[in-house]
Structures are given as structure tokens and as C-alpha cells.
Design a protein around this ligand. Structure first.
Ligand code: AMP
Ligand code: MG
Length: 341
């Protein structure tokens, strides 16, 4: 199959919208990462998304809408808890996914058989326009091959999906750069299942207490049940072995330089670059968590284009917007952290 990369013109949005309505799949830009979309009401279209990504069928997809009324119109939710309404009012359209009891309009392929469904109203104008042109909600995971870093540019999508999907809409680089924050309000106690562009602190500011699922910051134990199916899968593992270093700038640089070799690289902050004697892949300024989130996946993909065998990465903070960066990097590193005293 030829994969066409299209600019987001009016005609192309109409073309892709119609293709999606009729059961085809297509990659779209969103403000978080590129998504691989299918008509969320069509089980066999949704299946094609799992196949193109090589995604395990038990990992449910997020349903994307372009108007709050679509939740009721397409019977996406059995009920909308009051806390979901408050979150939607504050953060939609935007990078927040809310999990609510599933409605009868959602096929089992989307929710992987769960009785809940993940819903998001993206803020990206092109995503909204395509959903509106498709006249149906779109189920979309990130448009990468399963296990690879999520795509934050159309070229990333082309790299993973060339020949597997008919269309990619190129909307430039994604603004947030990590996947949406996922919070469940399906039960009494809201739980943060995945940190993203909307921070834990922001959620708490709107709905009060929000628990953090253990697997957000910690390695899941053998036999532990995942509160969100995606948590149990290995994510974003680079080809090289990635080890995170928790330390000050000076100690990080000394540690890495003392292990200098042509096999070694550094996934570091911008400020580290001048001092490093190995190949450096900076992903943002030390205290600019938003920028780190924005550049992280691109840096991981750049590392994958090399033959480096061992990467020493900076261990991010866990507060505010840094939690999303930490959550992705700690998985990429297989939870391997060295703390320098
Ligand atoms: P992705 O589409 O690749 O951004 O991944 C979506 C994430 O949301 C995955 O980690 C899923 O496991 C999670 N998710 C989707 N639907 C649900 C649900 N109903 N309950 C819990 N987690 C969900
Ligand atoms: Mg994904």
C-alpha cells in the first residue's frame, strides 16, 4: 500500500474524513503526539489500527471527539460522572483523557472488553476538523509501532507506518510532545493512570484528591494487576541500553566522561552538552519540564538512528510537568537508575 503524506488543506481533511467514516485508517496530528485513527463506532476499522501498530488487543484505545455533545449523540458513555464534567469544563479541548463508564455505542474492540471507555476532546484544530469531517468519533492510539517512542512529527509516523496505512496528515511538530494525561473517574476515587500535559496538581485543583496509580512512578511487581492495561507493556525501549543517572550536573558529567567510548552516549539536559565528551542528545533545559516533554521522543528516536550501545540519561524530576517525562524515561530505561551520592 502506498502511504500518502498530505498537508492539512480543506480538501485533504474532507478526503481523510470520508475515508475514516468508511472504515479506513489514517494518521493525524494532535497537540499531544500523532494518532492513528479509525471510526470509533466501527469494530473492524478499529482492529486495523491494532494490526498496523502491532498493539496487543487487550490495550484499549482513546475515543476522540470534536464536540462534547458527541458523547451523548453516539452513546459513548453510560453516565458522565460529575467530576468528569468539571474536568471537561476546565481542560477540554486539551491533552486530558477521562475514563468513564462505557456506553453501548462503543464496540468492544475499542475498550478491549472493559466496561469503561477513555474519552478525549483534542485542542488541535486539524484533529477537530478531521473528526468533524468524519462525522464520527475517532479511536486513536499513538501512531507508532507498538514499543517505539510515540511520534511527534509526520516523519516519525512515516518511518513506522510507511506502506501500512493509506494517509498521514502532516500538521508539523506536536506542541505537547507526550501522550495525554489519563485520569479515571469511573469509581468514587479519581486515579491518575498516566501523567501528561495536564499535571496532577492541575487535576487536584479542579476535583480535589486524586490518587496516583502505583505503576505511574514504580515498576510493576510480578502478578500485580494493572489499573490501566497500557501500564503492563514495555514502552519506548531504545535499541541501546539506557541507564538513568540521578545526580548533580558536575557528577553526571564526570561519571559519563570517565566511561567515554564510541559506544556510549548521553541523553542529557541542554546545559550538560558543553561538558560532555560523548555523543550528546539533549532533550531540553534543566528546569524547563514542558520543553523536556516536547523534545523527549524525538531525542529517543535520534538515539535509535545510531549504533550506540549504552546511553546515560539524566533522571528527571517527578513534580509538575516533569512527572510525565519521568514516567516515560523510567520505562525507556527499564527502571534502571544509578544514584550518585
Ligand atoms: P495510547 O492510545 O497509546 O495513548 O494509550 C492509551 C492509554 O490509555 C493506554 O495506556 C491504555 O491502557 C489507557 N486506557 C484506554 N482506555 C482505558 C480504560 N478504559 N481504562 C483504563 N485505561 C485505559
Ligand atoms: Mg501509545
Amino acid at each position: 500500500m502506498e502511504t500518502k503524506v498530505l498537508l492539512p488543506t480543506k480538501d485533504n481533511i474532507k478526503l481523510v474524513g470520508e475515508a475514516l467514516r468508511n472504515g479506513n485508517i489514517a494518521a493525524l496530528p494532535t497537540e499531544t503526539v500523532y494518532g492513528l485513527a479509525a471510526n470509533a463506532l466501527n469494530g473492524s476499522a478499529v482492529k486495523a489500527v491494532f494490526e498496523a501498530k502491532g498493539r496487543p488487543m487487550d490495550n484499549p484505545l482513546i475515543v476522540h471527539i470534536s464536540d462534547f455533545e458527541q458523547i451523548e449523540k453516539f452513546k459513548l458513555a453510560r453516565k458522565i460522572p460529575e467530576k468528569a464534567l468539571r474536568l471537561a469544563e476546565k481542560f477540554w479541548p486539551g491533552p486530558l483523557t477521562v475514563i468513564v463508564p462505557k456506553g453501548e455505542g462503543v464496540p468492544d474492540e475499542v475498550s478491549a472488553g472493559l466496561d469503561t471507555v477513555a474519552i478525549r476532546f483534542p485542542s488541535h484544530i486539524v484533529t477537530q476538523a478531521v473528526i468533524t469531517a468524519a462525522e464520527c468519533p475517532l479511536a486513536a492510539p499513538s501512531a507508532n509501532t507498538s514499543g517505539r517512542p510515540s511520534p511527534t512529527a509526520a516523519l516519525h509516523v512515516l518511518h513506522d507506518m510507511n506502506g501500512k496505512i493509506p494517509y498521514i496528515i502532516d500538521g508539523g511538530c506536536c506542541e505537547v510532545g507526550v501522550e495525554s494525561t489519563v485520569v479515571t473517574v469511573a469509581k468514587e476515587q479519581p486515579v491518575l493512570l498516566r501523567p501528561g500535559g495536564i499535571t496532577l496538581e492541575q487535576l487536584i485543583g479542579v476535583i480535589g484528591e486524586v490518587a496516583v496509580a502505583d505503576a505511574v512512578l514504580n515498576k510493576m511487581q510480578e502478578g500485580q494487576k494493572a489499573e490501566s492495561p497500557g501500564m503492563k507493556y514495555k514502552h519506548y525501549a531504545p535499541k541501546a541500553n539506557l541507564v538513568l543517572i540521578k545526580s548533580t550536573l558536575d557528577k553526571y558529567i564526570d561519571y559519563v566522561n570517565s566511561r567515554k567510548s564510541s559506544d556510549v552516549g548521553a541523553l542529557c539536559y541542554d546545559e550538560d552538552v558543553p561538558g560532555l565528551e560523548v555523543a550528546a542528545f539533549p532533550f531540553g533545559s534543566r528546569n524547563d519540564y514542558v520543553q523536556q516533554a516536547n523534545r523527549l521522543f524525538d531525542s529517543l528516536r535520534k538515539i535509535d538512528e545510531t549504533d550506540l550501545k549504552l546511553i546515560y540519561g539524566r533522571c528527571p524530576d517527578t513534580n509538575g510537568a516533569a512527572m510525565a517525562v519521568y514516567n516515560r524515561l523510567i520505562r525507556a530505561a527499564g527502571f534502571e537508575v544509578i544514584e550518585l551520592a
